[in-house]
Write a protein that binds this ligand. Structure first.
Ligand code: ZN
Length: 185
């Protein structure tokens, strides 16, 4: 992160706990501006069509050629549902109905929060954007597990396949590797 004040240009920033605050932060010793480095939200979706799950293959670094769910950073001014819808559209060209939250997990080491929805295909008229090399619908036994980088994406796909077989979908909430699946009754 840049080490100057974005409000007044003073540098360097100071690191410390300000009066009345509980967390160590960077702040400007000249004008008092505080840098809040809060987690970033990544919104995405899992789509199923006739027993096949949607994955996209990354076309840009990092990890070109790996497969993942469509997801990306939420933009200012969006709701998280809008962000999920936009990311699906940008990465696959699909216009999706965003249904219910499916996986909400924090990744403290990278300062990120992932919110993955279940979604349904409404229309598919557009081509994927440049970040995507290919889009594919995979049956469970066809999923390229070795080419999926994130363990959390494995977990989401495996859980979806199990729950699809049982006909009821839960909501996972927790951190990357330690959480709870909630089922509504
Ligand atoms: Zn300043």
């Amino acid at each position: 992160m840049e080490n100057y004040c974005r409000r007044c240009g003073h540098h360097p920033l100071t690191r410390g706990v300000l009066p009345g605050d509980a967390h160590e932060r960077d702040y400007c010793g000249h004008c008092g501006h505080v840098v809040y480095d809060n987690p970033r939200v990544i919104a995405g979706a899992i789509l199923e069509r006739e027993g096949r799950l949607l994955l996209c293959q990354r076309g840009i670094p990092p990890r070109v050629g790996t497969w993942t769910l469509p997801a990306g950073f939420m933009e200012r001014g969006e709701s998280v549902e809008e962000a999920a819808h936009r990311e699906v559209w940008e990465e696959t060209g699909i216009d999706a109905d965003i249904l219910t939250p499916y996986s909400i997990f924090s990744v403290p080491p990278t300062n990120e929060l992932y919110i993955i929805y279940r979604a349904r295909l409404r229309a598919w008229n557009d081509a994927p954007g440049h970040e995507t090399q290919a889009v594919g619908w995979f049956q469970a036994e066809e999923i390229p597990w070795d080419a999926i980088f994130y363990p959390a994406i494995h977990q989401i796909l495996e859980r979806y396949i199990n729950e699809h077989a049982g006909g009821a979908y839960g909501i996972y909430s927790g951190s990357m590797d330690n959480g709870t699946i909630h089922f509504m009754r």
